[in-house]
Design a protein around this ligand. Structure first.
Ligand code: CUA
Length: 331
């Protein structure tokens, strides 16, 4: 190949690579990383992206150069010159990608092994998914509707489900893990940044899938110690509010006193009106029946009643608190 052609090819490759690099850097493709694991995963993304930009530049240069230099004239109906393979180039385009793909797999395997390592003293939190809410149980037995974890310590999530398959995902922590009934899956997170980030269900799990959300609050180690001393208390409010939040009622229902905006089930702000329509006894009786035996009366316009698990899941005392809370807050 002539020296001039080589310079032209190289120039095209550099321009293609520069454009690609600008696109890669100008757009914020990844969320901020809030954990060591996310940081490692982002490293793999960039490692792979840099290799891809290199390969793209070479391919684009050869393609653009060929279209430009070897274009046939308008009246040129002749066959092209007979060309046979080039052993040297074929060896190169087999060996180079093999080395690159092997490098990506080695880097990925190292990151995968590091991200699965919870160390010797992880904070273990049980994560339970159900239609359509998350609950988080701490080592001292307290249960919350959202996740609170300390910065700088390995946290091991023990993830399962009560009904169908869900999937736990926090974009800023980069990892996803399925929540499968009858099975325990684990996820290790080591937060490096304080803040509040969304917890999202990423497995289509029914009508309320899109509202099956919670949040994770990452605190400083000192803040988390104080949080644990307070018994992981939910923000002060009527006792029924805590029951409402712990059972994820807001995932499906709108209820203004709890700032809940779900729209899978009936609007609980209108419970009085629904009770009158249903004609199934006083308000509190109607609310309790709707929770314990949801199939007894399904509100018109809703294809199916609520899942049947709440009657056995919510202890009697808490159930009464919830019923009173809903009755007092509805119009
Ligand atoms: Cu749970 Cu989607």
């Amino acid at each position: 190949m002539r020296r001039g052609s080589l310079i032209q090819l190289t120039a095209i490759a550099l321009v293609a690579g520069a454009i690609c690099t600008a696109v890669a850097l100008a757009i914020p493709w990844l969320p901020v990383d809030a954990g060591k694991e996310a940081h490692r995963i982002h490293f793999v993304f960039w490692f792979t992206t840099i290799i891809c930009i290199g390969v793209f530049s070479v391919v684009a240069a050869v393609l653009i150069y060929s279209v430009w230099k070897f274009r046939a004239g308008p009246d040129d109906d002749s066959d092209g010159p007979p060309v046979h393979g080039h052993t040297g180039i074929e060896i190169a385009w087999t060996a180079v990608p093999a080395v690159l793909v092997t490098a990506i797999s080695i880097v990925s395997a190292i990151v995968l092994a590091q991200n699965g390592d919870a160390g010797s003293n992880p904070l273990i939190i049980k994560v339970t998914a159900q239609q359509f809410a998350w609950t988080f149980t701490y080592p001292d037995g307290t249960t919350q509707g959202s996740l609170t974890i300390p910065e700088g310590r390995h946290t091991k999530l023990d993830i399962t489900s009560k009904d169908v398959i869900h999937s736990f995902w926090v974009p800023q922590l980069s990892q996803k893990q399925d929540a499968v009934p009858g099975q325990h899956n684990f996820l290790v997170i080591t937060p490096t940044r304080t803040g509040t980030f969304p917890v999202i269900c990423t497995e289509l799990c029914g009508l309320g899938h899109s509202v099956m959300r919670s949040h994770v609050t990452i605190m400083t180690a000192a803040g988390f110690a104080a949080f644990q001393r307070s018994g992981g208390k939910a923000p002060a409010g009527p006792p029924g509010l805590a029951v409402f939040q712990q059972n994820g009622c807001g995932g499906c229902h709108t209820f203004k006193p709890a700032a809940a905006t779900g729209n899978v089930g009936p609007d609980l702000d209108k419970l009085k009106q629904f009770a009158a329509q249903a004609g199934r006894g006083p308000l509190a009786t109607f609310i309790k029946e709707s929770i314990v035996t949801p199939a007894a009366y399904v509100a018109p316009g809703f294809p199916e009643g609520m899942p049947h698990i709440y009657g056995s899941q919510i202890p009697a005392g808490k159930l009464d608190q919830l019923v009173q809370y809903l009755a007092a807050g509805s119009k």
